[in-house]
Design a protein around this ligand. Structure first.
Ligand SMILES: C[S@@+](CC[C@H](N)C(=O)[O-])C[C@H]1O[C@@H](n2cnc3c(N)ncnc32)[C@H](O)[C@@H]1O
Length: 265
């Protein structure tokens, strides 16, 4: 789980795809393609996972404006999709909301992003989308971590590690204090207040031995995130990591997420 490397994004994509709530995803696609020459603006696009999830063979080619601050990821998305889609790559820091390239957007999308952001960011985004005068804009935000993780077999340190991990999830990731597990609930409240109809659905990762490589990276990432937490002794954490890695091929792991769709009323 080394930052947002292409390898990590590749590893998680199949689990993300299985996890996405199909009904919300279909509703988002319907909203997008109902407009003429629609533009989707994907925030924190990475290598284009949201584009791939929302694309079907029968669709007309759409315009995807991919926004990220990592040019390696944007270049990879362009390499994968430049010939099949109209791709507009935008290198931008999302934290500077006034610079977001929203013009002409029909749908703003984000996957695995909004648990990194602050309440102020979401409040400003809701206001900015509501204020788009060219046409009404919807928001499809998938895979927002909800703070729950369940392992089998269990280990005595699971709850302590999860509490520490969720504390880390709330630290500043470049947008002010991160919402972490609260992101979907806050999004629902703010977008409802801004005049959108908001739909939510559960979208957990359900992982087993077939996902061993991803689970192994997840364990490494969780351990790194909690390593400095004063409530966990280094030797206890090491035991936990060894136990989890030893069971990655035969155990299970579920990680809760929530998908959110906000459409103008
Ligand atoms: C967890 S990854 C998700 C990537 C992609 N949406 C997916 O589902 O595979 C988060 C993405 O947000 C981008 N990101 C994080 N902070 C950012 C910022 N301040 N400005 C622009 N992009 C940012 C990262 O570079 C990364 O591509």
């Amino acid at each position: 789980m080394s930052g947002f490397s292409i390898d990590w994004l590749n590893l998680r994509e199949a689990a993300d795809r299985r996890a996405r709530d199909k009904s919300l995803k279909d509703q988002a696609i319907q909203w997008l393609v109902a407009a003429e020459n629609p533009v989707a603006v994907d925030l924190g696009a990475g290598t284009g996972s949201t584009l791939r999830a929302l694309t079907s063979p029968e669709q007309q080619p759409l315009t995807w404006r991919l926004v990220d601050n990592d040019t390696t990821l944007l270049d990879e998305a362009q390499r994968r999709h430049g010939e099949t889609h109209r791709i507009e790559s935008c290198k931008a820091d999302l934290a500077v909301l006034t610079s977001l390239p929203l013009q002409g957007a029909r749908l703003v999308t984000a996957s695995a992003l909004f648990d990194l952001v602050s309440e102020n960011f979401l409040d400003s985004l809701a206001t900015a989308l509501q204020a788009q005068s060219q046409q009404p804009v919807g928001l499809y935000a998938a895979l927002n971590y909800d703070g729950t993780t369940h392992w089998t077999p269990q280990h005595p340190l699971d709850d302590v590690v999860l509490t520490a991990f969720n504390q880390d999830q709330r630290t500043d990731k470049g947008f002010g204090p991160a919402l972490g597990p609260d992101s979907a609930a806050v999004m629902e409240r703010l977008f409802t207040q801004a005049g959108f109809r908001v739909y939510t659905a559960s979208s957990p990762w359900v992982l087993d031995g077939a996902d061993q490589a991803m689970v192994s990276e997840l364990i490494t990432g969780i351990a790194a995130a909690v390593a400095e937490n004063p409530d966990i002794e280094a030797s206890a954490l090491e035991d936990w990591v060894q136990f989890r890695q030893a069971n990655a091929a035969t155990g299970t792991c579920s990680v809760g997420h929530t998908d959110v769709l906000a459409l103008p009323v």
